[in-house]
Design a protein around this ligand. Structure first.
Ligand code: HMG
Ligand code: MG
Length: 302
């Protein structure tokens, strides 16, 4: 398999990135972040989650954020929907894509969405059916595909099992997530291969948190397998409230730098992306968690 010549990045910063922030981020700031990402050339943005506000208070403004967007032609806006209640709320804000999210680990499924893997699939099935009937694309996120904060290492067979269940209910695309960023390339390759038993290479993506600094290496091995879709988070924002200690997704800026350096097209303007990351980092009163952004910002000052 040859390395792809073009890669699609889904910036999950507004959702995965901000969901873990303790201080409330006003809807206007979230909206501005999405606008800056689309101006930087992102063609898919994971905007928010229609989840219980008791579970994830930061996402309580999902409907306002979606309502405030000035949508740009050619950009797809996705949202997380864990159940029919979330889907029905999401439907009113016209997402292009919805994301059901399950886990390869039983313990993480319980902690994150309060049900077993089997129960989660039962909950997702009517959501998938309703979304597809409404012409909305359905992506599935598969958490803990290499490691789980509660169960430790996860075997590829667990990933294959979940991918098969997702396929069985009509999920069109699945993301292979290293939720806690413990994966290293060969383990990630095995999780991806387990997924590819059920999904075509064009219907899978990588979603790598960078807790141990392995996400770029994990991205590279997936590129070598022919995977051309990845979730990344501007300024490396984020983490999951149910995976304590795990840091954000790999920074979009770092992945764009890697891809452009390899001659792979993304359609993204790295300078504008760095500006978007600086914008949200300034609001959060911290530096962007991206080596490439730091280097480029230092170069500007010099
Ligand atoms: P539950 O308590 O089992 O749900 O939560 P329930 O159906 O029994 O309902 C309990 C209450 O929640 C009721 O309210 C419902 O109305 C409400 P009450 O009567 O007590 O006032 N409720 C909702 N409210 C708003 N929107 C909804 C909704 N559903 C029920 N959709 C539930 C189950 C799934 C809702 C809950 O566990 C939840 O919200 N979990 C969200 C967890 C989450 O957002 N985690 C982070 C995202 S996943 C992630 O980050 C991983 C990913 O990035 C990939 C990776 O890195 O691994 C995607
Ligand atoms: Mg995540």
């Amino acid at each position: 398999m040859s390395i792809p010549t073009r890669v699609k990045l889904v910036d999950v910063g507004p959702r995965d990135g901000l969901q873990n922030e303790k201080q409330p981020v006003p809807a206007a700031i979230k909206i501005e972040l999405v606008h800056r990402l689309q101006d930087a050339g992102l063609t898919e943005i994971e905007v928010t989650s229609f989840v219980s506000p008791k579970w994830v208070p930061q996402m309580a403004d999902a409907a306002s954020v979606m309502a405030g967007l000035q949508r740009k032609a050619g950009v797809r806006y996705s949202v997380l929907t864990p159940n029919l209640q979330g889907f029905e709320a999401a439907l009113k804000s016209n997402p292009d894509e919805i994301v059901v999210f399950g886990a390869a680990s039983e313990a993480f499924s319980q902690k994150n969405i309060n049900c077993s893997i089997a129960e989660s699939i039962e909950r997702f099935a009517p959501v998938v059916q309703a979304a597809r009937a409404a012409g909305i694309y359905v992506r599935g996120a598969m958490s803990c595909t290499v490691g789980c904060p509660y169960e430790g290492e996860i075997a590829p067979e667990r990933v294959s099992y979940l991918a098969g269940l997702m396929k069985g209910i009509g999920v069109q695309h699945v993301g292979v997530a290293d939720t806690i960023g413990v994966g290293t390339p060969l383990k990630v390759q095995r999780a991806m291969e387990a997924t590819l038993k059920h999904y075509d290479i064009n219907d899978v993506s990588g979603h790598f948190h960078d807790t141990y600094g392995q996400a770029l290496a994990n991205t590279l091995i997936c590129l070598q397998m022919g995977v051309w879709q990845f979730d990344t988070s501007v300024a490396g924002l984020g983490g999951c409230p149910y995976a304590k200690g795990a840091t954000g997704n790999v920074a979009s800026e770092d992945v764009v730098y890697l891809l452009h350096g390899m001659g792979i097209e993304t359609g993204i303007d790295l300078d504008k992306l760095v500006d978007a990351g600086k914008f949200i980092s300034d609001f959060l009163e911290r530096k962007p968690n991206s080596r490439a952004a730091t280097a480029l910002l230092n170069k500007r000052v010099a």
